[in-house]
Design a protein around this ligand. Structure first.
Ligand SMILES: [Zn+2]
Ligand SMILES: [Zn+2]
Length: 156
């Protein structure tokens, strides 16, 4: 358990890697693109965007696997060297200073529901987005959707 309400601990499946997210994330994406579907083996990916310097590795050392991405620029996926579970990614568009943390690797994943659903153009037909949730066909303009506080944080 985290000692503080605003931190989140997580890890891989084998337990070799443990990490802590030190604050509320900037924003949480639920991505329905084909790439995320393939990479998770599921129907969407849930990613919490957080400044890289707010992620503390408590145990172990993730390894980076350069992986093709939709943009063509590739994404760096950080994985446990033993069980190879993906913990977070860095995308070219957001640079290495923002980690896209896989929410499912957090002990209390339920604490981070999505702020936005993206790439709904390719969502699986049986996935029903709850009424009132922000959803976009593809990507979105950060300035339009992020809270002012998160935009401010990223500029520092
Ligand atoms: Zn592991
Ligand atoms: Zn995606």
């Amino acid at each position: 358990m985290a000692e503080n309400d605003n931190t989140f601990e997580g890890g891989c499946t084998c337990g070799a890697i443990r990490y802590r997210v030190e604050s509320e994330p900037l924003f949480v994406h639920c991505c329905h693109c084909h790439w995320c579907q393939r990479e998770t083996g599921a129907s969407f990916a849930l990613n919490a965007l957080i400044e890289a310097d707010r992620v503390t590795i408590l145990q172990g050392e993730p390894v980076m696997v350069l992986t093709p991405s939709n943009s063509g620029k590739g994404q760096k996926i950080w994985r446990c060297p033993q069980c190879c579970i993906a913990l977070w990614s860095n995308y070219a568009g957001a640079s290495d200073s923002v980690h896209f943390v896989r929410v499912g690797t957090l002990d209390e994943a339920y604490r981070l529901p999505p702020d936005i659903h993206i790439f709904t153009a390719s969502k699986q037909p049986w996935v029903v987005i709850p009424q009132g949730q922000t959803a976009v066909d593809r990507y979105y303009d950060r300035k339009k959707h992020w809270p002012a506080e998160s935009l401010e944080r990223l500029n520092h």
